[in-house]
Design a binder for this molecule. Structure first.
Ligand code: SER
Length: 344
């Protein structure tokens, strides 16, 4: 719908970009239950069951005029900037990845900076970053450092990892030093990033990521389809249940600013190898046909990601703790919901 037909300006509206994507759908479901005025932006329409919960704008985050118009029509208290090209997709079009993942993020940071200055109150800017900002040089080093801390190994091998790290740094700049040589704005925005493991949802599938082999294996098994996993059986990275991903974003967004010692936090859940993932899937779907057919290039990307990430800063500063360990994730969240979804 044209922006001019939207509801009149509300203070403290919530903007969610990439809202029709995996994290977006889960986040909208949670936030809508709390009664917030939610404006969503995505290239795609919202799924029908969520369409009534938000004011949806169909469009691109790279459309500067559209972002500026959103800024004139709404006053945002919080922005969840989720829209991105994931790591495999980004690797096929690095320039487009930069435009979507970085340039568009700057448009949104500018919007949040302008609104923070105008309101005299910080707009919160919540940004999902990723384990992909780390780059382990080889498998021996990866095995020797199973839980990397925030300031280590910041040499991503992918354009996606470089994009996410760039926005983390820009977000910190907009939070702390924006226009530091000019007149101080009345308030700076409040940027907060989470570095997520591979997120797994029972309800949606990722598109264009490189940790997708986990969710793809599970959803294929639940539908009775054979699956050839594109990484080796021993490949190990961290994963997280989608409800914990949403909980992490909402908890970080609600934390008092003075409690935060950093702008980007690791959040971890559980690590397992692709073979252990297969065993979990077989325990629920014993007929599943899962083989391994590694793709050398995608394998290289996953090998460069750490086995796990140290989230002690998030635990200490804002009380982070996942609800789902490996067993609960499969037994209580993924398997029952996926069975219901595919009626198996
Ligand atoms: N899970 C994402 C991907 O595979 C990384 O954050 O691209």
């Amino acid at each position: 719908m044209p922006l001019s037909q939207h509801k009149p300006m509300t203070k403290n509206a919530v903007l969610i970009t990439g809202a029709a994507g995996e994290i977006g759908q889960a986040l909208v479901r949670e936030l809508a239950a709390g009664g917030a005025q939610i404006v969503t932006l995505d290239l795609a329409a919202m799924p029908p069951e969520l369409a009534g919960s938000t004011t949806h704008v169909t469009g691109s985050i790279t459309d500067k005029a559209l972002i500026e118009r959103l800024g004139t029509e709404y006053s945002f208290g919080t922005i969840y900037h989720l829209a991105a090209l994931l790591s495999t997709r980004a690797e096929h079009s690095p320039a487009l990845a930069h435009e979507v993942n970085v340039d568009a993020s700057v448009l949104l940071l500018e919007l949040a900076a302008a609104q923070s200055a105008a309101r005299g109150e910080a707009v919160k800017f919540i940004f999902p970053s990723s384990k992909a900002i780390y780059g382990m040089p080889d498998l021996e080093t990866k095995a020797a450092h199973p839980r990397v801390r925030e300031d280590e190994w910041l040499h991503p091998d992918t354009v996606y990892g470089a994009n996410k790290l760039a926005v983390e740094l820009l977000g910190a700049y907009y939070s702390r030093r924006y226009k530091q040589l000019g007149d101080a704005p009345a308030a700076l925005l409040d940027f907060r990033a989470l570095r997520f493991p591979g997120l797994i949802s029972a309800f949606t599938l990722p598109t264009g990521g490189t940790s997708d082999y986990g969710p793809e294996m599970l959803h294929a098994a639940a539908q009775g389809k054979p699956y050839a996993c594109f990484v080796r059986a021993d490949t190990t990275i961290a994963f997280m249940a989608m409800p914990d991903g949403v909980k992490a974003m909402l908890t970080l967004a609600a934390a008092p600013r003075q409690a935060l010692s950093r702008t980007a936090y690791n959040v971890n859940s559980f690590s397992l190898s692709a073979e252990e993932f297969r065993q979990q899937v077989l325990a629920a779907f014993p007929e599943a046909q899962i083989s391994f057919a590694p793709d050398a290039k995608r394998q290289g990307i996953v090998d460069s990601w750490p086995m796990g990430i140290d989230d002690s800063a998030a635990r200490a500063d804002w009380g982070w703790a996942p609800d789902y360990d490996l067993a609960r994730c499969f037994d209580e969240y993924l398997v029952p919901n996926i069975r219901q979804r595919y009626q198996r």
